[in-house]
Design a protein around this ligand. Sequence first.
Ligand code: 26V
Length: 802
Amino acid sequence: MFSNKEMFTETFLQRLEMTCGKSFQESTKRDHYHTLGIMIREYVSSNWIKTNESYRAEKEKQVYYLSIEFLLGKLLRHNLLNLGIDDVVEEGLKELGIELSDLEEMEADAALGNGGLGRLAACFMDSLATLDLPGHGCGIRYKHGLFEQKIVDGYQVELPEQWLRHGHVWEVRKADLAVDVPFWGRVEAINNNGKLEFRHLEAETVMAVPYDLPVVGYQTDTVNTLRLWSAETTPYPINRDIMKYKRDTELISEFLYPDDTHDEGKILRLKQQYFLVSASIRSIVRSYRKQHASLIDFHKYVGLHINDTHPVLAIPELMRVLIDEEGMSWEDAWHITTNTISYTNHTTLAEALEKWPVRIFQPLLPRIFMIVNEINERFCQDLWTQYPGDWRKIEDMAIIAHDQVKMAHLAIVGSYSVNGVAAIHTEILKQREMNQFYQVFPEKFNNKTNGITHRRWLIKSNPKLTSLINEGIGTKWVNHPEHLKELQFFQQDSAFLEQLYEIKQDNKKSLAEKIKAKTGIVVDPLSIFDVQVKRLHAYKRQLLNVLHIMYLYNRLKEDSSFQMYPRTFLFGAKASPGYYYAKKIIKLINTIAEKINNDKTVSDKLKVVFLENYRVSLAEEIFPASDVSEQISTASKEASGTGNMKFMMNGALTLGTLDGANIEIKEHVGDDNIFIFGLTAEEVMNYYQYGGYTSVDYYHHDKRIRQVVDQLTNGYFGDLDNEFEPIHDSLLMENDQYFVLRDFSSYIEAQREVGKAYADQNRWLKMSLANIANSGFFSSDRTIQQYADDIWNISSVKGKVR
Ligand code: 26V
């Protein structure tokens, strides 16, 4: 049906009538979108079935990527591109007077994630299928993804996200494959001929129903599966209060990351985690059992990867299945489990490391708690043998201590591989945060620097740049992105550089139009587009960026001879609903934007725009239109960053600290093609360890700092009832935990260099080209190949399949 334009239009019209029950004349864009989606899914389904059949026939080892987040975004154009039918479809639709881009507008972003961690999982799905690797995703089908952000009077307002309102055309509900997941109740031990057996009684059972999404690889027949679980009531609940049971059950897959500041939210979060792993493992084991008589070789055929600690209950859950359901000994079960599970750490921030109070964990998951307890006791015994008498060490490293279950400790002890997501992050894990574990299990630790799929973040989102690259170096880079390096041949080619310039300008104009339409603000595409888009967090230091803008504004107002290249500062960020400080920063950005954008005396130099509701689909419009990539986290805090890679691949230059993957970006582009400033991770960690930083000194000794900090509270940007006092206090009273003032002067300096470099267009274009040319390393294809080779031990099934 997609082999040529005519066949496509004919089938499309037929299907439209069949699926929507309307004539073409009556039909809407939504009907067209829906019909096209169904056609594509149908087209994919025979390869989907074949892929699964061949995996079974070949008994290929399968890897399951367990993640509480999958930030997929839109799938229509992505699927068309991967299937290689985007041109046929686009042209066919045109014949019918339909614009493909209009249909894309109909699709809601699948926003089942908060930020980098969830988007990484989505990029990995794409790379696994494209590299013909037998790897699948397991997640939760949240009814409401990440909230929709509105800015009202400068403040963030959260609305429930409604991606399922019109259905999700890519999913297939598989009600016959539902599994039961038990909560609460009690465990009874029975002596069966001298062998202790455990039964979980009086549990409240939830039915997990899978919804499968096909994961289509690029130019390959491989179609993997992303299985998202939805919580439903079982047909025969034993419960007294049926309404409460229904509410409690459906709540499990209702929202992504409910607020967990209170116990009720905490229980729900833990329920979600067990729901995900238990449903996934039950269904994996069920299909495994159809192929294998026993589970004794399970680890040879199945890998379970846990994306951060959220799915770490996979460890005790697999133990439970092997012991309670398969009747294995603890030792056999432990051997299998610790050869099945691998774990990625995504942060060293203490407040983000998960711990669960025993008072919540034990009653909710009584059997799982017993198993975690046993794992802990055996681990502590081992430590005692290795470090006899060292109570302190055992207390520090225990999985359960002070009535808390430490999920990261469980993850390290119960898995065979622990990886960080950028070289420096892994070093910090090994040498600092997880050093005690590194000493016990050095062989487990390894690095896998993150990557992004160039198919979405370059080919799909920046078609003009893609064409230019193809004209220059052919298309080999599409399958082997390291070939982007060949673009360096054009360093001296002024015609090529000129085209690169034109493309960036076109992309900036499109974004400028969008900004005008959305906000009414007019921005000049000839100004530098200086962009910071990412979750809002103190450690990412959006505040440093804002203070610098205030500084520029002050200079412009006070010194008529002050020279600067015109700039447009763009922000996009969601603040977690309970994160008070982060919300203040959003209000601050909007407050200074209001004043600056309405001041005619600076309007040819400075604009500030906060883009509402930052999400995958908006990101795809921003990266191609950016000149400067703000990666200004406090060194040592950003595990990797992946936005930095998306900017680079689209020719934006990084202005950043020596943190996360910025360091590797610098190594790949060279020192001359990046702007680095600020403290090193080493210096930051030394300050934390030994003290020596007094933010107030910087305030007193640098009048640029004094001026902007004072302006937070003196009404300069409008009289706002001490609105920004908490920010002011974080800098001066709480000694500026993220070293904003410490790095301020160095940042101003680096920003000045950016302006100077941009003013020399030829120099800038060469730098930009060097960034694109060296971005191949940051393709998630490279990352996933490393996971496949070094951690999972799986290989391409190309040729082996069918
Ligand atoms: C979560 C939270 C939640 C509670 C408030 C504080 C806080 C701070 C950080 C986090 C992050 C959790 C893990 C995470 O999302 N890590 C991100 O993973 C990306 C993919 O590996 C990586 O590029 C980012 O640097 C890292 O922050």
